[in-house]
Ligand binder design. Sequence first.
Ligand code: SAH
Ligand code: SF4
Ligand code: F3S
Length: 453
Amino acid sequence: MKKLFVKTYGCQMNAYDSDRMADALAPAGFVTTAEMDDADLVILNTCHIREKAAEKVYSELGRIRGLKTERGKAGERMMVAVAGCVAQAEGAEIMRRAPVVDMVFGPQSYHRLPDIVARADNGARVIETEYPAEDKFEHLPEAAPDKIRERGRTAFLTVQEGCDKFCTFCVVPYTRGAEVSRPLDQIVAEAERLAGNGVCEITLIGQNVNAWHGAGPDGREWTLGRLLHRLAEVPGLARLRYTTSHPRDMDDELIASHRDLGALMPYLHLPVQAGSDRILDAMNRHHTAADYLRLVERIRAARPDIALSGDFIVGFPGETAAEFEATMRLVEDVGYAQAYSFKYSARPGTPAADAADQVAEAEKSDRLARLQELLTRQQRAFNTACAGRVVDVLMEREGRKSGQIAGRSPYLQAVQIEAPADLIGTIVPVEIVSAGPNSLNGRLAGAGTGGHA
Ligand code: SAH
Ligand code: SF4
Ligand code: F3S
């Protein structure tokens, strides 16, 4: 038996992949450990989206070098691997800069892990960053039932990977490759397997999840809306979510699913990035601010209580003060329940990185502070408006204080209640008593449903 420690950075795709790496290495005798110190194999599953994220890898490798040396002195071998998007983007550079690294492999090669690790174990330094033609999902082993149970009631399921959109600021099309949809049968089989082992909430994930399409059993081309209807039929699946969506790929069928499917939770992450049409065009987003607002209107007509979330970039090259105000106006117009916002970070190899008119760092900081102040106010308002309502909460874990348990509302808010721990894993009605900026407090308002052992 050997011990595996995986550290995950970045988005849900990486979180999903980290579990798949553990599953792929289980047959080779690896069990996961929560401690890096006693691991035989350390994998850093990295993110390249912004400079700060990518830099974390090198500082972490610095720490690991000391650990590996100590372990070596004790006569123990510790292997170190870098996976994920930094591995894909700068694999050779990692090997050059960090001799502590034994293996570098990109997101498309995780099904080959037992072989890669065996080669490194024999003393080779291995780089695997070519995209193999075969579909990695077809070759990845399934999670063992006890593993699925251990991971809890909620699960991610990758349905789409990669991106063909080429926003001018973004590295994803280069680190994750072209858009690929997983076939319907594979997705349904994985969903049934998860549900059969206690999972009651599945979040479908993909860089552009709403671009998913696949051949249906009726001979037609299915899109995400049809897929959601199909998954809602899987026994035991009480809740469905999907993320992240591109505004260009929200089709009528998907919007109608928010009206028609009870299992589809009223929460949608729909990044817009900016509110100025000139900036949106320079970002290559292929829509205007007005297009986005119309889309939001159609989604709200289908599901009036939907909680909207977004991503924003401030200080994209050439963004003027007036153009930034257009972002503020768009946020005012939409009213978000939750959001992420970032300072533009120039990424090597992307078109915008070479633009001459980069915005000064101090200016970016000012804009970010103003935007975040507005978004936080909106989030607080959304949460406060929930006070007094009864919402279904999927209880997932013990709360921060003893005697409390915590879970998620349909709107993805964190909710704490005082209740016995045996309600963890069930969906219970909760009356919201008070609301903070980041979580809600409530009390049990009746008997639970949806729990299955
Ligand atoms: N596919 C998703 C986003 C994936 S990246 C979409 O199209 O919306 C997640 C978020 O990181 C993006 O929405 C964007 O807001 C942010 N981001 C991506 N590249 C960035 C960069 N170079 N600088 C700052 N933020 C960036
Ligand atoms: Fe990046 Fe744009 Fe693709 Fe999203 S749609 S992953 S922001 S290139
Ligand atoms: Fe980061 Fe790669 Fe995800 S760059 S955001 S881990 S797709």
